[in-house]
Ligand binder design. Structure first.
Ligand code: PAN
Ligand code: ZN
Length: 165
């Protein structure tokens, strides 16, 4: 997923466009090992998010709400990240790192953010019939943004203006 396809999700659209003009970096990739096993109810997806930021807002996934009420589990493999969960009212932030599992309850939109200076890799175990609604997050945002910290590794700040900056 190149940065140009994430326009409207980062707070600073002008800052995003400056980076896109320079080299339109790959923000993240998703690989799905064995996701087409016949009859499997569970799928596996491995996401790798590059280190980086747009005007101080860390690189992140688009984020989505499952179409069906399906939960999901993420397991950290490498790097340091934050998983944002948003039910439309409240936002929760969970740290993810190697060996740490994060449970995503049904009915929570989810987005992962790389807060480190190395690639963040994690495995997702999901119900294959979950579906993904990206418009839900585009319209509402995640209720919070994860930005470069002031003396801390990162800060989670309330997002007053929703998805578009
Ligand atoms: C994950 C995500 C993956 C990429 O496999 O799909 O991290 O994020 P976006 O789909 O929001 O671009 C997952 O949550 N699957 O359900
Ligand atoms: Zn999901």
């Amino acid at each position: 997923m190149r940065l140009s396809r994430l326009e409207g999700l980062f707070h600073d659209t002008a800052g995003l466009r400056r980076l896109v003009v320079r080299d339109d970096p790959v923000v993240y990739r998703v690989e799905e090992p064995g996701s087409h096993e016949r009859g499997a109810a569970l799928g596996l997806a491995e996401t790798t998010i590059s280190p980086g930021a747009v005007a101080g807002e860390f690189f992140m996934t688009r984020g989505h709400m499952h179409e069906l009420p399906r939960d999901e589990v993420y397991v950290g493999l490498a790097g340091a990240g934050v998983v944002l969960l948003y039910d439309g009212v409240r936002t929760a932030a969970h740290e993810i790192e190697p060996g740490i599992a994060v449970h995503i309850p049904a009915g929570c939109a989810h987005r992962t953010v790389n807060v480190g200076d190395a690639p963040l890799r994690f495995l997702a175990v999901y119900h294959r019939d979950s579906g993904a609604n990206y418009e839900w997050v585009q319209e509402r945002g995640m209720g919070a943004r994860v930005v470069v910290g002031d003396g801390e590794p990162y800060r989670v700040v309330p997002d007053a203006d929703g998805a578009a900056g």
